[in-house]
Ligand binder design. Structure first.
Ligand code: MEV
Length: 359
């Protein structure tokens, strides 16, 4: 039996801008996990997930492609992760095995709703890590990221892949997205083992630390949002407002730079100022693109946090899901969370998750 767990994530700053190549975001991995277990030596290959009442999907490999015997299966990210990893295994000349893969996710609420903590990225990464153990593949973290990014991109077809980086690296990172046009052009022309060894243009991942005087709080609005649809809507509108969009990118990058400096210099004031600034920028993007990033419930969450002295904003695509707050440790955090609860916002007891002892 093989078991691997990978963390979910939250964006602190730079979301949407990070979808453009080379633009940075700050992302935190959090201590809620997707766990993948592999039982080896089975008669047939199959997947089950607790979140889908142990719905079972079988597959087989025909001429190196996976044939899945359920067209409505909810396991697209897992299947893409298996396909890409086993392509890699075959390229190395190793034999393919038969196994049962089961998934359990803490990134969905008990009522079956997603929290917006990057569950599709976490399940992609957890699946690939488990398969790396099964096939005894020795991948560096950057290579694991690249394999998971290819699998995730094959399904979603948009997005920065920052969620994938956060699940792979853990902790708090700045992430600059690589050139996905480049990947689309080269992924079928270069053998996978070579593609993983190449430098991917513009990809940058750097670890950061939160100053110890700051606390990181998360509130959940209870309403789920579709990240890929929101990204598509922004993509559609950005060309119409070229110069305003360029300005958004420029200002967002400046915010990420200032927050990163704040983290490095232990300057909580600078960090909080720029969290607030990033909120304003996302509000302006929302107007420009005609999409709702900050829902009324997220506005309530932010205003309550502001009242208690925190700097708060939407996290990731917005449109529901979670809001994040950075607040000094000596503020009334219990009072803030109680006020959230009275307003129908659920405080999530999350902390930044660092992988220990893994290279
Ligand atoms: C979603 O979690 C964050 C966005 O920046 C999209 C992405 O980076 O893929 C909105």
């Amino acid at each position: 039996m093989i078991t691997t767990s990978t963390p979910g994530k939250l964006y602190l700053a730079g979301e949407y801008a990070v979808v453009e190549n080379g633009n940075p975001a700050i992302i935190a991995a959090v201590n809620r996990f997707v766990t993948v277990t592999i039982a080896k030596n089975q008669e047939r290959c199959s997947i089950t997930s607790k979140q889908y009442e142990n719905h079972r999907v079988h597959w087989e490999r025909v001429n190196s492609r996976m044939i899945v015997d359920d067209r409505d299966n909810p396991f697209q990210y897992i299947i893409a992760a298996i396909q890409v990893t086993e392509d890699y295994v075959q390229a190395l000349g190793k034999p393919i095995q038969k196994y049962h893969l089961s998934v359990n996710s803490e990134l969905d609420s008990g009522t079956g709703k997603k929290y917006g903590l990057g569950s599709s990225a976490a399940v992609t990464v957890a699946t690939i890590k488990a398969l790396c153990e099964l096939y005894q593949l020795k991948l560096s973290k950057v290579q694991l990221f690249k394999l998971a990014a290819i699998a995730h991109f094959n399904v979603q077809g948009n997005g920065s892949l920052g969620d994938v980086a956060s699940s792979v690296f853990g902790g708090l990172i700045t992430y600059s997205s690589f050139d996905r046009q480049w990947l689309a052009e080269f992924r079928d022309k270069i053998a996978l083992p070579e593609l993983l060894k190449l430098e991917w243009p513009r990809l940058e991942i750097t670890p950061l630390q939160i100053p110890s005087v700051l606390r990181f709080l998360v509130g959940w609005t209870g309403s789920p949002a579709s990240t890929s649809r929101l990204i598509d809507k922004v993509e559609l509108k950005k060309g119409k407002h070229g110069s305003q969009y360029e300005r958004f990118l420029h200002e967002s990058n400046k915010c990420v730079r200032e927050i990163t400096n704040g983290f490095r210099q232990n300057n909580s004031k600078l960090i909080m100022q720029n969290i607030n600034r990033n909120r304003e920028l996302l509000q302006s993007l929302s107007t420009l693109a005609g999409v709702t990033i900050e829902t009324p419930q997220l506005t309530k969450l932010i205003e309550i946090a502001d009242h208690f002295g925190g700097a708060a904003k939407t996290s990731g695509a917005g449109g529901g899901d979670c809001g994040i707050v950075l607040i000094e440790a000596n503020c009334d955090i219990t009072g803030l969370q109680a006020a959230w609860q009275r307003a129908g916002i659920e405080p999530l007891n999350l902390a930044i998750y660092n992988y220990e002892g893994e290279s």
